[in-house]
Ligand binder design. Structure first.
Ligand SMILES: NC(=O)c1ccc[n+]([C@@H]2O[C@H](COP(=O)([O-])OP(=O)(O)OC[C@H]3O[C@@H](n4cnc5c(N)ncnc54)[C@H](OP(=O)(O)O)[C@@H]3O)[C@@H](O)[C@H]2O)c1
Length: 248
């Protein structure tokens, strides 16, 4: 069903090749948004763009590695030149290679910081001048319940998600006068490919066994769309969304 508050909005989605990003692309396109989608896997991002164009959506797709500032800037520039403006940036790309600090997986720590925190910073840096000039815009950062709590093995991942929440709040305060909105979406367990990035297989299967219930990416995408579709004078600043059965 066409959502009049979403229809015609230019939305950029990072990490759109699976999970939440892909669900968001499909739902936003169905509601009449114009999209710029990015991720590293070219086959996936191209197939998604083709699928959405078949339904009549206007879509720009680019191979985008958010750890490369020039890739993020190119994605934002592609959206601006195709559609003339940028209404919403959804910083969704993320990795979660959980491990104990004592395992010393320093390259995974770096990747987590580079994707989950620096990637978000590059996104904000690329859209902010455009949104300031427009005196309108909206940045949605996908954090996590891990941005509210820490467990053994989540130290680095939780650190990045806590940081994203702090960044989103600072951004909100600094850009409010430009009519720019800031939203944090903090999901609990959601079925996606995220657990595949855990290199410790025993830990990954233990986690899979312990998760009592999953949301679908569509469930979380609906929360994002709720925030995007409020009237321009209303900022939904954070949504925590968990499966009912998830206790922590
Ligand atoms: N699943 C959960 O339970 C859960 C809970 C809380 C928060 N989250 C957050 O939700 C967001 C989406 O994750 P998901 O659950 O949908 O997992 P997912 O299915 O693994 O999707 C992650 C996406 O991020 C992209 N990505 C990874 N590294 C990238 C990079 N360097 N540059 C660009 N894109 C990159 C992946 O695409 P490519 O590999 O093609 O680049 C993929 O499209 C993440 O921020 C995650 O932390 C998830």
């Amino acid at each position: 069903m066409m959502n009049t508050e979403v229809s015609g909005k230019v939305c950029i989605i990072t990490g759109a090749s699976s999970g939440l990003g892909q669900a968001l692309a499909r739902l936003l396109a169905a509601q009449g948004a114009m999209l710029a989608i990015g991720a590293r896997r070219e086959d996936r991002i191209t197939a998604l763009a083709d699928e959405l164009r078949e339904t009549g959506a206007q879509v720009v797709a680019m191979v985008t590695d958010v750890t490369k500032r020039s890739d993020v800037e190119a994605l934002v520039e592609a959206a601006k030149s195709a559609f003339g403006r940028v209404d919403v940036l959804i910083n969704n790309a993320g990795v979660m290679p959980l491990s104990l600090l004592a395992d010393g997986k320093i390259e995974e720590w770096e990747q987590t910081v580079d994707v989950n925190l620096k990637g978000v910073l590059y996104g904000i840096g690329a859209v902010l001048p455009i949104m300031q000039a427009q005196r309108a815009g909206h940045v949605v950062n996908i954090a996590s319940t891990a941005g509210h709590r820490v467990i053994p093995t989540s130290a680095v991942y939780s650190a990045t998600k806590h940081a994203v929440r702090a960044l989103s709040e600072g951004f909100r305060q600094e850009v409010a006068e430009f009519n720019i909105r800031s939203t944090i979406i903090s999901p609990g367990a959601m079925s996606s490919e995220l657990l595949d990035g855990i290199s410790d297989e025993a830990l990954a299967s233990q986690l899979r066994e312990n998760i009592v219930s999953y949301m679908s990416p569509d469930d979380v995408a609906e929360a994002v769309i709720f925030a995007i579709s409020r009237p321009a004078n209303i900022g939904i600043n954070e949504i925590l969304v968990r499966p009912t059965l998830q206790k922590s």
